[in-house]
Unconditional design. Structure first.
Length: 76
C-alpha cells in the first residue's frame, strides 16, 4: 500500500512486527505514545531519527489494522 511505504515487516527485526523504515521502532509503540498524550513534536524530540510522516503512517497503519475482521476457524 503506497500510503504505508514507511511501514516494514521483517522477521529479523522486532520479531516481524510492523516497524518504521526497518528500524527497531514499532508502529504500535508510536501509536501508544500518541494515545498516551504525547504530541508529534515531543515524540520527534525523543526519537530524532524519526520524521513526522513516520508517526502519521504508524497511525494510518493502526487504523487500517483496527478495521480488519478476525474470524475464528471452525474445525470441520
Amino acid at each position: 500500500m503506497k500510503q504505508l511505504d514507511r511501514i516494514t515487516a521483517d522477521p529479523a527485526v522486532m520479531g516481524g512486527k510492523a516497524c518504521i523504515r526497518g528500524q527497531r521502532i514499532t508502529a504500535g509503540m508510536l501509536t501508544g505514545l500518541v494515545a498516551s498524550g504525547k504530541s508529534i513534536p515531543q515524540i520527534l524530540a525523543l526519537y530524532p531519527y524519526l520524521e513526522a510522516e513516520d508517526i502519521t503512517q504508524a497511525l494510518r497503519y493502526a487504523a487500517w489494522r483496527a478495521e480488519e475482521i478476525d474470524l475464528p476457524l471452525i474445525a470441520a
